[in-house]
Design a protein around this ligand. Structure first.
Ligand SMILES: *[C@@H]1O[C@H](CO)[C@@H](O)[C@H](O)[C@H]1NC(C)=O
Ligand SMILES: *[C@@H]1O[C@H](CO)[C@@H](O)[C@H](O)[C@H]1NC(C)=O
Length: 188
């Protein structure tokens, strides 16, 4: 065993040691989260739903904007907070299958390009309570956008993957958008 390997193994053991026992004063906190998932059982889930957005407060609301002197063709600098229903079909009244919560900012001066940072929590069956986190660029006028899935919780622990988003309805006047999502998520 080379010195380097030995060192790495020691670090590895220390890592799991620090994971399995966290001592805060007298408390000895241990939990389910401390069991690393079995290796080699990674699977891919395809999740399909519709996301609803409107900046009028129904689904999202503007929380910041660039100062009035700043002019841009896009609302560059706008920030919004989102709590959007995820539905089975495009009709907002169709079955609620989850909620997307988080933030987006318009981070492009040349097109309506959002930086999205949202958690998509699912309500259905065994996925109820599990979530995926999406962080990425969303140029909302492009027919097909892709954003990375950077992690997850519950059944989606250690998730990675991507989502593809397409506008089902996008009305600039009313600010209403219904977006079809296909998420491809690798998880254990
Ligand atoms: C999901 O879990 C919550 C809390 O445990 C429960 O109230 C709700 O009925 C569940 N939803 C579905 C669709 O099973
Ligand atoms: C877009 O929204 C405006 C304002 O609510 C509405 O008058 C118009 O009919 C909508 N356009 C479409 C194509 O739905």
């Amino acid at each position: 065993m080379s010195a380097t390997t030995f060192f790495t193994t020691t670090q590895f053991l220390l890592f799991f040691f620090s994971l399995t026992t966290i001592t805060l004063g007298d408390a000895n906190i241990q939990g389910e989260v401390l069991n690393p998932p079995a290796q080699g059982t990674e699977k891919v889930s395809h999740i399909h739903f519709y996301f609803h957005d409107s900046l009028d407060g129904r689904y999202s609301i503007r929380i910041a904007a660039a100062p009035p002197f700043y002019k841009s063709a896009t609302p560059f600098g706008l920030a919004a907070v989102v709590d959007s229903p995820l539905t089975e079909g495009p009709d907002p009244g169709s079955k609620l299958v989850g909620r997307a919560q988080g933030l987006y900012v318009i981070a492009s001066k040349e097109e309506v390009g959002l930086l999205m940072d949202l958690t998509y929590q699912l309500y259905e069956g065994k996925y109820n309570g599990s979530s995926i986190s999406v962080l990425g660029r969303n140029a909302v006028r492009n027919p097909l956008r892709e954003m990375p899935v950077v992690g997850g919780t519950g059944l989606f622990r250690l998730a990675r993957g991507y989502v593809q988003a397409k506008n089902y309805l996008y009305n600039l006047t009313s600010g209403l958008a219904i977006v079809e999502y296909d998420a491809f998520v690798m998880h254990y």
